[in-house]
Design a protein around this ligand. Structure first.
Ligand SMILES: [Zn+2]
Ligand SMILES: [Zn+2]
Length: 161
């Protein structure tokens, strides 16, 4: 992410805090910056660890609450998948995810085919208003899967020869 864009995002956070009458504290800023600095969709705990590196006195509660505030302000999305801890996503551009079921890696992707999908008929039937959607593909990433397979293939080929 370009530093300029990051500054704009931090400015937007500052403005939203002001609108709500909330102080824009160094801790709040640091939590958002820690999230903006990475694209791996960290957990709250990972953001806390990153903030603590620069602000050793920050409390876990402050960081966790800041992340929830950012979600509430619409500046961050919470990515949840069942049975797993919530992950935070500062990429507000419409995008989708590839999820590795082995290492929990979560990778962003954009693809024209998944843009403008129609709302499911069930939603209309249930009176459910769809605002947004994310397509999530689960599987095994290159590091966890193919490499391992290739290595074991080579091993069995070696055994055969
Ligand atoms: Zn993986
Ligand atoms: Zn994402």
């Amino acid at each position: 992410m370009q530093p300029q864009k990051e500054d704009q995002q931090v400015e937007r956070f500052r403005a939203r805090c002001r609108q709500r009458g909330l102080p824009f504290t160094a801790q709040r800023r640091a939590a958002y910056e820690a999230l903006l600095a990475r694209d791996d969709h960290p957990t709250a705990e990972q953001v806390f660890e990153a903030v603590r590196a620069t602000l050793p006195d920050v409390s876990r509660m402050t960081v966790y609450r800041t992340l929830e505030l950012l979600v509430d302000l619409g500046l961050v999305h919470k990515v949840c998948h069942p049975g797993k801890v919530a992950r935070y996503d500062c990429n507000l551009h419409p995008h989708h995810h590839l999820v590795c079921v082995r290492c929990n890696r979560l990778v962003d992707f954009e693809e024209a085919a998944f843009e403008g999908l129609p709302s499911p008929r069930a939603a209309r039937r249930l009176g459910f208003e769809v605002d947004d959607y994310t397509v999530q593909f689960r599987g095994v990433c290159a590091d966890c899967g193919h490499h391992g397979e290739r290595r074991s293939e080579q091993a069995s080929r070696r055994r055969r020869s």
